[in-house]
Design a protein around this ligand. Sequence first.
Ligand SMILES: [Zn+2]
Length: 440
Amino acid sequence: MTSDTTAQAQDEAVRLTSELIRIDTSNTGEPDTTVGERVAAEYVAEQLAEVGYEVTTLDSGAPGRSNVFVRLRGADPDRGALLIHGHLDVVPADPTEWSVHPFSGAVRDGYIWGRGAVDMKDMIGMMLAVARRFMRDGVTPPRDLVFAFVADEEAGGALGAQWLVRNRPDLFDGVTEAIGEVGGFSITLADDLRAYTIEIAEKGIAWMRLRVRGRAGHGSMIHDDNAVTKLAAAVARLGEHQFPLVVTDSVRAFLASMTELTGIEFDEGDLAGSVAKLGPFARVVGATLRDTANPTMLTAGYKANVIPSVAEAVVDCRVLPGREEAFERELDEILGPDVEREWVTHLPSVETTFDGDLVDAMTAAVVAEDPGARTIPYVLSGGTDSKHFQTLGIRCFGFAPLRLPPDLDFTALFHGVDERVPVDAVRFGTRVLDRFLRAC
Ligand SMILES: [Zn+2]
């Protein structure tokens, strides 16, 4: 690998990340107000076509929900292909809360600023930079690489990855493994020791609507069948409920790695307490120890003196691998017979193991660029498009490599105000991704 093209790819990743942030791709969850995916897809397609890729651009389920695919042929056609996927959409941002405009893509103070800087236009920039370099330099990877840039991840993927796997599985022909968000970032454990997270599991997403029906009536009278009162009580019971602590295989693997690297013992009798020693990262890890159900929306009534006949709530539930049935039984007990429930979005958990050639290749690529690196398996409390890709039998990992400064509260930047990514981290990630894809 020649040093000029290494430098060029790193410069490009920074420029592409910044330019992608300037394309507002806010996904509001409502098709009418979601913008920009087509513009971003056209931009990505142009970058790939410019260096000679044959690009497939297609809409998924609705006009403007655009996706881009390219395939780079590998040396061994008998090996399964590797999918490298990223989403083009971002969550909305309110400019009045930010120190820079969220769609400026400003590069200053050593950071690239803006909505999508870590979720996940940084990785899109890195993917594009490496794909462009491989084509320019005539690199033949060991196996086919499929680069996918998709729509609608931030609303669950119904008009993105989910539509693609259901309607165009041919785009994933021969794909056996995949990498995408959210993993690969470093956690500093000591001056010369950084743990790089490789995501091997995700909790399931279960967004649930609750509905209570009662008798409508006048607000001035005695009334014993008030839908608002019954719903409010059920929501409060659920919101205050603590689901049982369950240590899944993947969480156990994460804790064992952390113990090995830090000496911190995780006492299963007080797991929440010992996990708190992990600092800001404990927010994510803590949520992987049990199912959660956070009430997020309430709707009822239209006038102060009218008791409505219906009251509704939405609850964001996240369920551990293997807990689906037990979780539903527990829900029904807490909610009781008066509350109807239905899934608004219901996506499975993801779980694989931390072993095999692909994991070894990720580790080797990270260590080659950071001699103080160790890779560790970890579980994401949120969800990604991996949920959809795994339905095709693809083994999914989260690996978007970034070497981060020790004091950066990285997980708070996801969907956060002043989202930003260190320029050096993007340059580092580009080098790691390049090495990894040459060896995968
Ligand atoms: Zn994301």
